[in-house]
Ligand binder design. Structure first.
Ligand code: IVH
Length: 693
């Protein structure tokens, strides 16, 4: 029996209406992550189960019908269009599909497949195919020439990624003796081998890894650089032909025709005459698919006769003449021997399951992340349990549940999880752990001397996108740390040739190279230095924005939380982290040492406005509030400075006026009124700059 069959439907405690709304939200969000960001945070299985639940609820509550519900629409791979002209999305021309591009009804249950086949008119032939796990593409041929290659998009319109598709050698670009207009649909894929190579390369370059070949293929197809697409080595299988006056009366004949014209059509296709043949096909490919060079996630069954297809028709989202059977992720039962705890670069303590080694999808699995305390409590697991480990479309194995009643002493309920307790102190340095409200993670607050945090900080500081100090890899850092030569990022600039060449693994030459790279890092611009400092939650982009607003560390260290939150991307939490960073005297010491070493702590690019402008705002303190139409808030800040004014985050007696946009914050408005501070509209302000007021 399938494990999921035995899992009770979670009692959500919500009304049907609330549950429908919550599921719609969640599924829309997941669609976005899957199709647009190519980075899903939910397994396909979980997604499908939630979708089925929503379908059930909507069927029971027809009054809640909504054409915008994810049950009624296919997931869209088009970025939010609110700020983009409708003719392009993600930099690609947007094209309307001639025929809507639908998805398929799916099931994980073989019984449901049997039911579906049995309900078809008797004697109907069924074509069984593999369900390739990539992303769908529609190829348009006119007079034999490939003219467009359109992604599914929202099913109605998609992105024309022709240049990228042309890099796929197997796809014909020019055909002869074909109907005037022809459309072929299929799946674009990144073969396993290419996927692994790509991830290896990304790991070396410290770029985020793709979770699976599907995400990698979709990320690749949306690249603007076709040369890079060509290097990645996409491939494609076609499984559907559309158009008018096409040859053949059956789906199978059309695929055969497509193959003859030179299209890549899979060999793994069978015309089945009855349910047994269908089930045999499924059983065969369930194991055999593991030997294929590309990812598959199921079987697609299609009614062969085109006339019958027409008869059966479509729902809003999918054809009634086809169904997908999805393979369950591979799952094994094994012993959870021990839970250990790993302290990461940011001090987050992650529980790790140490398992009795078990074979799963071709690899030996002995460790799996347990994410955080809540995750363990939800699963209700503890050391000594037998647990299910699964490896689905995601490459990283995960624990999905436990086998019932295997612990002798187990008479615990879900509230009482006997032996499991999360450590109270850091397993590396003994500091009591803290859990920030609203966060799932326990964290070691000892940023300054907890060894993995220190090593992590050093690694981050030297990394390519930060100070780019080549030669100081994680092993060298760990060694120098353990020897006491590197205890803070500032120590990097005190390293001497003899310290380095005295190390066993470093000769004179590599010592010299490291010192040279350290010297070179003094040219790294201020924004990257700020990123390199490793202030919590200040990533590369945020650092750039902060550095643009505060052009030196001296300016930044006095910034208040309120002022910081005025910067795009800087919310309360980040602002708090920045203020806390500068409140710690140990960090100030490090900064002083970095400055003394010659690291760039200010923007040395031309700080003057390109054209000198009249200083009409000289001596004025101005507060910006609300949203604007002519310029962005950042631009207004810059303009205030360029015209000699001072920009302030909060309204006080010293404020000369408020540059007030739409929807000004109520507290600022109230304060301004009580102090009698003038509100100046965007238009008035622009006139003021021109000296027209
Ligand atoms: S037929 C109208 N056949 O699965 C029928 N789809 O959720 C169109 N897929 O969007 C689909 N292999 O991207 C079909 N052999 C196959 C397939 C296949 C993979 C994908 C396709 C589609 C999705 C359905």
């Amino acid at each position: 029996m399938d494990l999921f069959d035995s899992l009770p439907i979670e009692d959500t405690g919500l009304t049907a209406e609330q549950e429908i709304k919550a599921l719609r939200e969640e599924l829309k969000e997941q669609n976005y992550k899957y199709y647009v960001l190519s980075a899903p945070t939910m397994s396909d299985r979980e997604f499908d189960e939630k979708m089925h639940r929503l379908q059930e609820l909507e069927a029971a509550h027809p009054e809640m019908y909504d054409p915008e519900s994810p049950t009624q629409k296919v997931g869209s791979d088009i970025q939010s269009t609110s700020t983009q002209p409708s003719a392009v999305s993600d930099g690609f021309p947007r094209i309307r599909h001639r025929y809507p591009m639908l998805s398929l009804a799916n099931t994980y249950s073989r019984e449901e497949v049997e039911d579906w086949v049995r309900k078809l008119p008797t004697g109907v032939e069924i074509v069984a195919e593999l369900k390739y796990d990539g992303l769908s593409i529609s190829l348009w041929y006119e007079h034999g020439q490939l003219v467009h290659a359109v992604t599914r998009g929202d099913g109605t319109e998609g992105d024309d990624v022709l240049a990228n598709i042309k890099t796929i050698a197997a796809i014909p670009k020019q055909l002869t003796n074909v109907p005037e207009r022809l459309e072929l649909r299929g799946e674009v894929l990144l073969p396993w081998e290419r996927f692994e190579g790509l991830n290896k390369q990304r790991e070396e370059q410290e770029e985020p890894l793709f979770a699976n070949p599907r995400n990698a293929a979709s990320g690749t197809l949306k690249l603007q650089d076709s040369k890079e697409v060509a290097r990645r080595g996409l491939t494609c299988y076609l499984y559907y032909m559309l158009g008018e006056q096409l040859p053949g009366k059956t789906h199978y004949e059309r695929l055969e025709q497509a193959r003859k014209w030179g299209f890549p059509v899979s060999d793994a296709i069978k015309v089945c005459k009855n349910v047994d043949e269908v089930m045999a096909f499924i059983a065969y490919w369930d194991t055999e698919r593991k030997n294929l060079p590309v990812a598959t996630d199921g079987i697609v069954l299609k009614v062969n006769s085109l006339a019958e297809q027409e008869e059966l028709g479509y729902t809003a989202k999918s054809p009634r003449w086809a169904i997908a059977y999805k393979f369950a992720a591979e799952r094994q039962l094994t012993l959870l021997k021990q839970i250990t705890y790993q302290v990461g670069r940011t001090g987050v303590v992650t529980p790790v399951a140490n398992l009795e080694p078990v074979q799963l999808s071709g690899t030996m699995v002995q460790r799996a992340t347990l994410h955080n305390e809540d995750f363990i409590r939800q699963l209700g697991i503890q050391e000594g349990d037998r647990v299910y480990v699964e490896k689905g479309g995601e490459i990283i194995p995960k624990i999905v549940g436990k086998a019932e009643t295997v612990r002798d002493s187990d008479n615990s309920t879900s509230q009482d999880i006997g032996a499991f307790s999360f450590p109270k102190t850091c397993p590396e340095c003994g500091t009591p752990l803290v859990r920030v409200e609203g966060e799932a993670a326990w964290r070691c607050p000892n940023e300054v001397s907890c060894p993995p945090q220190m090593k992590g900080r050093l690694e981050h500081f030297v990394s390519r996108k930060a100070m780019n100090i080549e030669g100081l890899g994680s092993e060298t850092i760990a060694m120098l740390y353990d020897k006491g030569l590197l205890r803070s990022i500032a120590d990097i600039y005190s390293l001497r040739q003899e310290d380095l060449s005295a190390q066993e693994r470093l000769g004179d030459k590599s010592a010299q190279n490291i010192l040279q790279a350290i010297e070179g890092s003094k040219q790294v611009p201020w924004a990257r230095v700020l990123f390199a400092l490793g202030i919590r939650m200040v990533g590369e982009t945020t650092a750039k924005k902060i550095a643009k607003r505060y052009r030196s560390i001296d300016a930044l260290q006095w910034a208040s939380k309120e002022e910081l939150t005025e910067i795009d991307d800087v919310g309360e939490q980040i602002a708090e982290n920045i203020v806390a960073y500068f409140a710690d005297i140990r960090n100030l010491e490090i900064i002083t040492r970095l400055q003394a070493a010659g690291v760039q702590m200010e923007d040395v690019s031309n700080q003057q406005p390109a054209v000198s402008v009249p200083q009409v705002l000289a001596g004025k303190t101005i507060v910006i509030s609300g949203t604007f139409t002519e310029h962005s808030r950042e631009e207004y800040k810059q303009m205030i400075e360029d015209y000699g004014g001072k920009n302030s985050g909060s309204v006080s007696k010293k404020t000369d006026f408020i540059l007030a946009g739409e929807n000004m914050g109520p507290s600022k408005l109230e304060k301004a009124q009580s102090l009698g501070v003038r509100l100046m509209s965007e238009q008035e302000f622009l006139k003021e700059l021109k000296g027209e007021n």
